[in-house]
Design a protein around this ligand. Structure first.
Ligand SMILES: Nc1ncnc2c1ncn2[C@@H]1O[C@H](COP(=O)(O)OP(=O)(O)O)[C@@H](O)[C@H]1O
Ligand SMILES: [Mg+2]
Length: 236
């Protein structure tokens, strides 16, 4: 008897995902029931107008927030079944985050900012600095290792925040408006970086209202008023 291999569950999937903020007359239904799957190696753009629910969705997928109802599962494992400690571990070891606001510590050096996730993961200092230096050199920021984050340009700060997102070699890179605060030239550099990583196999989930950036992804999920109104997958 031959046993067929069972198809592996998707990297991320949602079922009827909903998120309501506030209570009573102040209630806002930010997401109203979203069901979809994301496969390993995908590049997914979540697009929609301001207030449509993009960031809310990213926070749920990145396990930074909990749904009001519905399910997020990772490789078939329902996330709400995990203990908070396990969720934190998944976040620290599997995910990288790039935000529009860089959230750098301005008084710390570039190297200290980039290696923060390793410090949280209790990696010894010598190893942290070795890996931080390596990542910063890849990002063409090797000469700025000792600079204070506050003394960098916007593009340099975003490269530091990308370095921090990459330091754990995350399987999934979440980016929320990663080029939202950058000029077009710097945006192009950041986009090349993100898609270069995706070409190497990293799954990329980008929230954006930039149609050009979205078009570079192999999939576009369009959201309006908390619902998916279009889900387009390109041939790969
Ligand atoms: N923490 C919050 N408290 C109350 N309302 C929120 C909160 N976060 C988001 N919202 C509301 O949910 C809706 C979707 O917001 P968001 O996901 O940030 O949209 P987008 O990222 O597409 O601009 C908006 O109406 C917003 O005001
Ligand atoms: Mg947003």
């Amino acid at each position: 008897m031959t046993v067929l291999p069972s198809p592996s569950p998707p990297l991320l999937e949602t079922e009827n995902l909903a998120r309501v903020f506030g209570a009573g007359t102040n209630q806002v239904a930010a997401l109203k029931g979203l069901t979809f799957e994301i496969q390993q190696g995908d590049s997914v753009a979540i697009i929609g107008k301001s207030g449509s629910g993009k960031s809310t969705l990213m926070h749920l997928l990145a396990l930074l927030d909990e749904p009001s109802s519905g399910v997020v599962a990772m490789r078939g494992q329902v996330v709400s079944d995990l203990k908070p400690k396990e969720i934190a571990k998944v976040r620290n070891t599997t995910f990288g985050f790039v935000f529009q606001q860089f959230y750098l510590n301005p008084q710390e050096t570039v190297l200290e900012n980039v290696t923060l996730p390793l410090k949280i993961a209790k990696v010894p200092k010598a190893e942290r600095n070795r890996r931080g230096t390596e990542v910063l050199e890849q990002l063409d920021m090797g000469s700025k290792i000792k600079a204070k984050a506050t003394n960098l340009s916007g593009g340099q700060q975003q490269r530091v925040s990308i370095g921090r997102a990459l330091i754990n070699s995350p399987e999934i890179l979440f980016a929320d408006e990663p080029t939202g605060n950058l000029d077009s030239e710097t945006s192009a550099v950041v986009e090349d970086l993100l898609f270069g990583l995706n070409a190497e196999g990293q799954t990329l989930i980008v929230v954006t209202h930039d149609e050009d950036l979205a078009a570079k992804c192999n999939r576009q999920i369009r959201i309006q008023d908390g619902l998916i109104i279009e889900d387009k997958v390109a041939n790969r």
